[in-house]
Design a protein around this ligand. Sequence first.
Ligand code: SF4
Length: 291
Amino acid sequence: MKYEGMIFRPPSEADSLILQVSVGCSYNRCTFCGAYRGKIFRIKSFEEIKEDIDEASSYRSRIQRVFLADGDALTLPQKELLRILDYLKVKLNRLERVGIYANSKDILGKDVEELRELKRLGVGIIYLGLESGNREVLKRIRKNATVDQLIRAGRRVKESEILLSVTVILGLGGTRSSQAHAEDTGKVLSEMDPDFVGALSLMVVPGTPIEREIEMGKLILPTPFGLIQELETMIGHCHFTRCFFASNHASNYLPLRIRMPEEKEEALRRIRQVLLRKDPALLRPEFLRGL
Ligand code: SF4
């Protein structure tokens, strides 16, 4: 497989074949994100992608899941995506699900029927970065999307019946917007009603604009218990039909896996106990945290 640069994928795609169909992120300007900073965005040619699929099919015939990288592979023109999905189906006869990262503009650039077309050819899950449901925070991190666009994008995925997994980031509002960020994010998540939510904690990547904001004192990060307070507020404002909410990413101080709505109250009780005791021994140690 001819990967260019570092490859990122969601934790739930750990066993998937990673197929790099584009390089980098077509936007690449969120202030906290260092994932694709060194990469100049391009869409790979079908010949390059075909070579990788041929190679994978020749030695890994049992592949059941494929994840299309890099940052927002849904930005590919519909025709290109269909061609890739078609070829995957031909070459990988055990293929069950294709996953893909997307931003709100990629999703809103396709209508529901186009998303359904992708679903028919194997796309089973779309990973969307919400990061925050707070308007000010979205502006400050230069997310390039409004709350309304993000909600519409999430709902459109749901309408197409592709699974929707949404990422949010604790700490992104700093101490000043901490509670507003947590509350609004919970509310926006509820409006999207996703199938999965992954909560991360902000890890400052060297060289990113957000690092400079912190150095200049413009953004003050919440303490570890401040982040857990955000988690409590966010979950308290989440009302889902059926969702798996996880804060077990390596960046978090308090890893939880919650089936909502049935396990929500129990999870809140547990978080409140941790907040009451404020015992650092209850948290994931700093040296075990990572991106
Ligand atoms: S967070 Fe997503 S959209 Fe923003 S720069 Fe990173 S990959 Fe691109």
